[in-house]
Design a protein around this ligand. Structure first.
Ligand code: ADP
Ligand code: MG
Length: 232
């Protein structure tokens, strides 16, 4: 059997209707990602990074062209099937962490598992494992307001990986962190990529993150301007 890609975009184009002048956010993007990649989208603000991550994550649909994720054509999925794909297979990490403020660290990480029909005991084990991966086992009972930015983003990583998704999409995950915390976040994601085989696709402006990418895709005006593999 042919080695099937985790993500494949074919002539992916996204045009936002915006008054007189529609905005073309992505033009004919053709990219293939294999399972296990640790890849980043770089490029100036407005180059289409967030749009591409949102479409790959089935949070948005293309105007034309197609995106296949885990063998599913995103643009043809019903809302229900798209939700199922996200809930089971995709973890999200955002620039602003997006933790639920009234819930504890433990509850924030447990949240995605409540959609999966797991037993309480299985959830407990998964949450404890995920908090151990990010080095926050001692903060289970804290609430987001009691955490630093770096700790908050580590909780968000635990929440993204707790269900052992095939793919984690991270939109500028270190944009609100200082250099030390960015470094820590990056190492945490690299460890998870290596140990669990989780595929990571980021967007970033951060030179520190870019230096760690094994594949760097540069977007300019919605087009792929460069796609470089880094050999180590
Ligand atoms: P990046 O993440 O690289 O900064 P984006 O994907 O957010 O880029 O945006 C790409 C282009 O699409 C920009 O010109 C942006 O203004 C435009 N855009 C993004 N989202 C929308 C939207 N919902 N409606 C209209 N235009 C949008
Ligand atoms: Mg963006």
């Amino acid at each position: 059997m042919e080695n099937s890609a985790l993500i494949r975009t074919v002539n992916l184009t996204k045009i936002y209707p915006s008054g007189e002048q529609p905005i073309t956010a992505l033009r004919d993007v053709n990219l293939v990602f294999q399972a296990g990649e640790f890849a980043g989208l770089v490029g100036p603000s407005g180059s289409g990074k967030t749009t591409l991550l949102n479409i790959v994550g089935s949070l948005d649909v293309p105007t034309s062209g197609s995106v296949e994720v885990l063998g599913e054509k995103i643009e043809t999925l019903s809302h229900k099937k798209a939700a199922r794909l996200r809930n089971r297979h995709i973890g999200f990490i955002f620039q602003t962490f997006n933790l639920l403020p009234v819930y504890t660290v433990y509850e924030n990480v447990e949240f995605p598992l409540l959609l999966l029909g797991m037993t309480a005991a299985a959830r407990r084990k998964a949450v404890r494992d995920a908090l151990a991966w990010v080095g926050l086992s001692d903060r289970e009972r804290s609430r987001p307001a009691q955490l630093s930015g770096g700790q908050s983003q580590r909780v968000a990583i635990a929440r993204a990986v707790v269900k052992k998704p095939d793919l984690v999409l991270a939109d500028e995950p270190t944009a609100n962190l200082d250099a030390d915390n960015s470094h820590h976040i990056l190492h945490t994601m690299e460890d998870i990529n290596r140990d669990l085989g989780t595929t990571f696709l980021f967007s970033t402006h951060d030179a520190k993150v870019i230096a760690h990418l094994r594949r760097k895709i540069t977007l300019v005006d919605g087009r792929v301007a460069a796609d470089e593999a880094r050999t180590t």
